[in-house]
Ligand binder design. Structure first.
Ligand code: SF4
Length: 338
C-alpha cells in the first residue's frame, strides 16, 4: 500500500552498500559516487544504473522559494506527485528539513500537509535524495517536512542507515532528528534500534480530548502511552527527548495545562520547545500573546523542566510543513498518472 507504482524504476539511492556491492561486483564502481552532489555523475555509474533498470536520480526541482535564511524546494517525484524540503542556513552548516511521505494521514489542525490526506510513502531513495540535492553543506537532517516519519518506519530507518553508512555519505547519526506525533508501537521499535538519533515528539496537548481535537489522526494513541514510550526511549539511549508544544490561546494554554505538562516532564530526560503559532491561510487558529506564553514557560521552568520558546523557521516563506505543496498543488499529482 502507498509504496511506489510498479512501473516506476527503482532508484539507485534505495540500495544499501551491501546491495550495491552485490549488484556491481567486479565493476570497480564506488558506492560513494552515488551520493555526489554534482549533476555530472561518472559515465560508468550511469551506464551501470541503466543496465540495472535503475534511475540514478528521481527528484526533479520544480520550484524554489527563498526567504531569510531558508529556502523551500518543491521536488517532483517519478509518478507525478511532489514533496517539499526546506534548506535552513546556519552559521556552522545547513539543516535539511525533509519529507517522509506524500501527504499525511494525521490531519493536524495546524498543518497544511495533513489537509489533503496520505497519498503514499516515500521510498528510502527518495528520502536520501532530498538530502543529496540540498547540497554538501548539510550537516543536520530533520524529518519535519511532509508526512509522519514513524508511519513510514521501514523506509525512514532504511534511509537513515544508508545516509550514515561510512562507505557512502557517512552522515553523523547525532545530526539526524526524527520529529513525530508519537506512534507508541513505532516508538517501542525505535527504542531498540542502535542509533544515536535525536527524537522530537509533537505533543501539543496535556489531555486526550484536546490532543484528539488538534491531531485527529492520533486518536487511537493514548497521550500517556506516547509520553511514556518517548521517555523510555530517552532512558534507554541516555538522551534528552524534546517535546514540542504549540501554544494556542483558549485551547491548550491554561495554567492547568502548564501544570500538567510540568508534572509529565519534571525530573525526566526531557525538554520542552514551546512554539508560537505561524498563521496559515484557511486555518482559524490564533497566535498566543507573549504574556500568556511567558506564564506558561515560567510554570515549566519552576518545575525544573528545560524549556525554550521558538518561532517557526522561515516564516516568511510559509515554512510550516506542507504549505507550498498544498498551495501549489492541492496535494494532487503534477501530471495525470498513466
Ligand atoms: S504536523 Fe506532521 S503529523 Fe501532523 S499532519 Fe502535518 S505532517 Fe502530518
Amino acid at each position: 500500500m502507498f509504496i511506489r507504482p510498479p512501473s516506476a524504476p527503482r532508484l539507485a539511492l534505495d540500495l544499501t552498500a551491501e546491495e550495491f556491492e552485490t549488484l556491481s561486483d567486479g565493476s570497480g564502481l564506488a558506492y560513494r559516487d552515488l551520493f555526489s552532489p554534482h549533476a555530472d555523475l561518472p559515465r560508468a555509474l550511469r551506464n551501470w544504473a541503466e543496465a540495472q533498470a535503475m534511475r540514478i536520480r528521481g527528484l526533479n526541482r520544480i520550484t524554489a522559494e527563498r526567504g531569510g535564511m531558508s529556502q523551500k524546494i518543491l521536488f517532483g517525484l517519478g509518478d507525478g506527485y511532489a514533496v517539499e524540503s526546506v534548506l535552513i542556513r546556519r552559521r556552522d552548516g545547513h539543516t535539511a528539513c525533509i519529507s517522509s511521505q506524500v501527504g499525511c494521514a494525521f490531519a493536524c489542525r495546524f498543518c497544511a500537509s495533513g489537509q489533503a490526506g496520505l497519498k503514499r510513502n516515500l521510498t528510502a531513495g527518495e528520502i536520501v535524495e532530498q538530502v543529496v540535492q540540498l547540497g554538501p553543506k548539510v550537516n543536520r537532517i530533520v524529518f519535519m517536512g511532509i508526512g509522519e516519519p514513524l508511519n513510514n518506519y521501514e523506509h525512514v530507518l532504511r534511509a537513515i542507515r544508508i545516509l550514515r553508512d561510512r562507505r557512502g555519505m557517512d552522515f553523523p547519526t547525532t545530526g539526524i532528528t526524527i520529529s513525530t506525533i508519537g506512534i507508541p508501537k513505532a516508538l517501542a521499535r525505535l527504542r531498540e534500534e542502535h542509533l544515536a538519533l535525536n527524537l522530537t515528539i509533537s505533543l501539543h496537548a496535556t489531555t486526550q480530548d484536546m490532543r484528539d481535537r488538534l491531531i485527529p489522526g492520533a486518536r487511537k494513541h493514548p497521550i500517556g502511552e506516547v509520553v511514556s514510550r518517548a521517555l523510555s526511549w530517552a532512558d534507554r539511549h541516555n538522551r534528552l527527548v524534546t517535546f514540542v508544544y504549540l501554544v494556542l490561546p483558549g485551547l491548550n494554554d491554561s495554567p492547568a495545562d502548564a501544570t500538567r505538562l510540568a508534572r509529565m516532564m519534571a525530573g525526566r530526560k526531557a525538554r520542552v520547545n514551546l512554539m508560537r503559532w505561524n498563521p496559515v491561510e484557511g486555518v482559524a487558529l490564533q497566535r498566543t500573546p507573549d504574556r500568556a506564553l511567558a506564564l506558561f514557560r515560567n510554570t515549566l521552568t519552576q518545575a525544573g523542566v528545560p524549556v525554550v520558546v521558538r518561532d517557526t523557521q522561515g516564516r516568511d516563506i510559509s515554512a510550516a510543513c506542507g504549505q507550498l505543496w498544498l498551495r501549489d498543488l492541492k496535494g494532487a499529482p503534477l501530471q495525470p498518472k498513466s
